[in-house]
Design a binder for this molecule. Structure first.
Ligand SMILES: [Zn+2]
Length: 200
């Protein structure tokens, strides 16, 4: 079996050659000018759904926060550890991204934990975290709940005053995407059709 560490090192070398080796490289430009991504994505931590890889983006293109089951919790000004909310605040209010995408996927382990399909032998944090999406438990089907959870996260986003203001002013677009792992098909939620439609 190939040593994974060696694999990663080779990947790093390719990255460096492509993005950082030349004079006036992309990384140099991003280092000097700072980041100006126009798209923010809230995605799952799942190893199969890396937005930058699926969308074939370059460094600087996407501002991404990943968590278990790509959940945006309710807006709550309390003492909890709001890592996802802090990322949203930075992306929306400081980077002023133009698009906010909630990026769900099929066969999500976090959603399985929410609906009780996966028994958790270790659970200091997981159940508590995925309970942020408990209102999406409308079915025992993982993908149905994952899509409903995206809609719930969108409702939660609209409770964040600085997100709502920008959407109302036409400065920010909020979209729901769903990625099917087996087929590699990406679907986008269509408001009028009230369903997720495949990107062709
Ligand atoms: Zn997931």
């Amino acid at each position: 079996m190939k040593d994974l560490t060696q694999n990663i090192k080779e990947g790093y070398k390719k990255f460096r050659k492509k993005y950082a080796a030349a004079d006036h490289s992309l990384m140099e430009k991003l280092g000097v000018e700072g980041q100006h991504p126009e798209i923010m994505i809230v995605a799952c931590s799942d190893s199969r759904v890396d937005p930058a890889l699926i969308l074939q983006c370059d460094p600087g293109d996407l501002f991404v926060v990943r968590n278990v089951a790509n959940i945006v919790p309710k807006y709550a000004l309390d003492e909890s550890h709001h890592g996802t909310c802090a990322a949203l605040e930075f992306g929306v209010c400081y980077l002023e991204v133009k698009n906010l995408v909630l990026f769900g996927h099929s066969q999500c382990g976090g959603i399985n934990a929410l609906i009780g399909k996966d028994s958790l032998h270790q659970d200091d944090f997981i159940s508590n975290w995925v309970a942020n999406a408990k209102e999406a438990k409308i079915s025992k089907d993982t993908d149905t709940v994952a899509k409903q959870s995206l809609k719930q996260s969108r409702e939660n986003c609209l409770e964040f005053p600085w997100i709502k203001q920008r959407i109302d002013a036409g400065k920010l677009q909020l979209d729901l995407w769903f990625f099917d792992i087996k087929s590699g098909q990406l679907e986008i939620f269509d408001e009028q059709a009230d369903e997720f439609l495949p990107v062709t």
